[in-house]
Design a protein around this ligand. Structure first.
Ligand SMILES: *Cc1c(COP(=O)(O)O)cnc(C)c1O
Length: 418
């Protein structure tokens, strides 16, 4: 098909994420993806600064991941998981249990479903009367109803579904900055809030250290440590949503590692299959699993063998690659490359943690304009709200990171005819 025809059919028939049917900004056609580059409909090659929503950590078309998919395809693409099991699933579960220190693994088919399962586990384990969750503002946990209810009530979608979503307990936004010394007043307020609601709480759910789609904010690990202490003190479970932060993105294997804590329940997704297939997992301790009993959940494509096999291969690759050094090098490249944007009149903040680089503007960004600027710099990014940000593949070379940061700085500092 010609690129024009793909675009035309797309405009006529296809929904895109968070988009109106008559979107003014047409989607770019992608022909191929290889390494850290996408080949667009017009033949242009651009560096992918998004890792396809933070998933493709090893880059695209990786020979090892391709081989894992092919090998598995020759055995079976899928079988139901009710009453049946297979090697890719049990291998992956064992691997995830070893990596997280948690005991039991539920293989879900997307991040949002993993969060639904985590909430369900917590409610079933907590028993009657404990029906609410506590979280912090500024979070993002997915687009299904259970997950939406714990997303930030203002920048999330609560206004569209008010009266439908369960009312959970929200603590204020954690004070900004990974390195900003913890605010004692905030910690005291957090303790008071958990104390006041403890009897009705099943769980506390947060994204550890980095709040992703809710605003790309970083916070001090002390707040996470305090939540762990409060959960223990009040017999409330702690759910860590590591869907964005898992597998090295923040510089540690998991966000919880920054705080040296282990959650009772953990969700992983996004980078789990190296960006190949949709798969997520909800893990919990043996204690939680015993309290739950029969977990009332079971998606049709649960434990999909293809996805599980590719996830296993992706975790092998992660274990082999010097990801800590790579993420450190990317962090240094982002700090260096984004520095020129700091202090520019339109720029409110520039921040970097691990392989995450953010330019926060004072005003909402004009997405089509920013995309036009960065594409002209040979880079693909998808800004949102006031944020121009990158979460590049770990496979990026220093030159790729430099291209991404140049594009971001150009988009943030060029004059904006809005
Ligand atoms: C992306 C994301 C989700 C939702 O995952 P999907 O696979 O898009 O359903 C949940 N929590 C966090 C922290 C995420 O970043």
């Amino acid at each position: 098909m010609e690129a024009e025809e793909i675009s035309r059919l797309d405009r006529e028939h296809v929904w895109h994420p968070y988009a109106a049917v008559h979107s003014t900004a047409p989607a770019q056609v992608v022909r191929r993806a290889h390494g850290v580059r996408l080949t667009l409909g017009d033949g242009r090659e651009v560096v992918d600064g998004m890792s396809s929503w933070w998933a493709a950590i090893h880059g695209y078309n990786h020979p090892r991941l391709n081989q894992a998919a092919r090998d598995q395809l020759d055995d079976m693409a899928h079988v139901m998981f009710g009453g049946l099991t297979h090697e890719p699933a049990v291998r992956l579960a064992k691997r995830l249990a070893e990596l997280t220190g948690l005991d039991r693994v539920f293989l879900a088919d997307s991040g949002s479903v993993a969060v639904e399962v985590a909430i369900k586990m917590a409610l079933q384990a907590a028993g009657p009367g404990r029906t609410r969750l506590l979280t912090v503002r500024g979070g993002y946990h997915g687009d299904t109803f259970g997950a939406m209810a714990v997303c930030d009530p203002v920048n999330g979608m609560h206004h569209l579904f008010s009266g439908v979503l369960p009312q959970h307990v929200f603590a204020p936004l954690p004070p900004a900055g990974y390195g900003t010394p913890p605010d004692e007043a905030y910690l005291a307020d957090l303790s008071a809030l958990v104390g006041a609601h403890a009897a009705e709480l099943a769980a506390i759910i947060v994204e550890p250290v980095v709040q992703g789609a809710g605003g790309m904010r970083f916070y001090h690990p002390a707040y996470l440590r305090r939540l762990r202490e409060l959960a223990d003190e009040h017999g409330v479970l702690l759910i860590a949503d590591e869907i964005a932060t898992g597998f090295g993105r923040t510089g540690e294997l998991f966000g919880c590692d920054h705080a040296g804590i282990r959650p009772d329940i953990m969700c992983v997704g996004k980078a789990l299959t190296g960006g190949y297939l949709t798969l997520a997992a909800t893990l919990c301790t043996a204690r939680v699993a015993d309290a739950v009993g029969v977990l009332m959940h079971g998606p049709t494509f649960m434990g999909n063998p293809l996805a599980a096999a590719v996830a296993g291969a992706s975790l092998d690759l992660l274990a082999e690659r010097p990801w800590r050094e790579e993420v450190k090098r990317i962090e240094a490249g982002l700090l260096d490359g984004l520095a020129p944007a700091a202090g520019h009149p339109g720029v409110r903040d520039v921040r970097v943690l691990g392989a995450i680089g953010v330019i926060e503007m004072h005003d909402p960004v004009d997405v089509p304009r920013v995309q036009d600027v960065v594409l002209r710099h040979g880079v693909w990014l998808r800004p949102f709200g006031r944020l121009i940000y990158t979460m590049p593949p770990y496979a990026c070379e220093p030159g790729d990171i430099a291209a991404i940061t140049r594009a971001m700085v150009a988009a943030a500092t060029s004059r904006t005819p809005r």
